[in-house]
Design a protein around this ligand. Sequence first.
Ligand SMILES: [Mg+2]
Length: 392
Amino acid sequence: MNNIHRFIQKRFHLRTRHAHPFGIVLDIDGVLFRGRNLLPGVKEAFNLITDKKGNFVVPTVFLTNGTNSSEKSKAEQLSDQLGFRIPPENVLMSHSPLRMFTDLHDKQVLVVGQKKAMSIARGMGFKKVTTIDQLVKWFPHLDCTDFSRKTVDPRDTEVFRKRFRPIEAIVMLGEPLKWETSLQLLLDCVLTHGTMDSMTSPLVAGGRPDHIPIVACNVDLVWMADVASQLPRIGHGVFIHVLDSLYAELTKNHLQYRAVLGKPTEVSYLHAAHKIQRQARAMDLDDVKYLYVIGDNPMSDVLGARLFDRYLRHGGVGRFDHLDLEAFEKNDGEKPRVRTRNVVERCISILVETGVYQENCHMNGVVKPVSALMDNLSKNEQLKLNQVAYFE
Ligand SMILES: [Mg+2]
């Protein structure tokens, strides 16, 4: 599919002939924008799914793996760029499902990300948050890639550490700014079991494989910046990859993630489906049974849509059974409750060529999942990955 407009134009006309409501899950970068520039056809596509006042007439959510802003500020940014109001509840970031991890909300968590990491974590419900910047201040002698810190005597900075509380879990929101600092302090945190002082497990093969819980958001290896850069940029997936490689070199074990959030994991699509169902209820529409996911990344948007479709076809049974998935329905703060699980029937992917993926482009090869999620698909499904599921 060349761009978003071609698909929505076609599908919208079908809607006028067929009564069953459908929902649209939209990726942002590479589908609507390249950097800050609006892509061709986007305005026309939105004209088809909004009324004259700019209200959606088709339930629509924006699902992005971006992590460096809150849903509210992303919605404000989108509203400015698109020229009509996007409600914050229509925007889902890769960290949005963290609201569901209520068992970690009262624990002391180390949050990794950029400037807004602290406020984003608090917005997700975490009450005791430590940042990498705070660890640098409290443990300057540990962050000693910078030569000036090599001379710091820990006794001189002991007073700073009075505010430190042992870390009980790690939440990785997105790629940090100073990778060497974050890699070092994260390794220290995991290897000391959150105490930042002494090793709880020897750095040899056969060392203790367990560690404090880690939740990671956004495993995209690459992303597209603006039109000035034709090359994909490395992202949080690469950072996670590097961290795991270092940990494996030191311990001969791999890091164990309690959960990975954002596309392509099913839990983010389930969250999006719930938001769509909520909108359909507000619009007085019947339950949405079909979701169309429009994205530019085969290994993120499309893989996720196929995994979620498989999850739906298996009756809502899958790898997330250990999580409280009903939290989406219980904790969205709105009444009356809407049902999502066992209501949505199919999730269909639409791959556009305005971002990471372009037909016959060799760079597509670098867009691979960092996790083993591909293994969840059959060989046949893997072969079909780069083919759109919707045909004109
Ligand atoms: Mg994209």
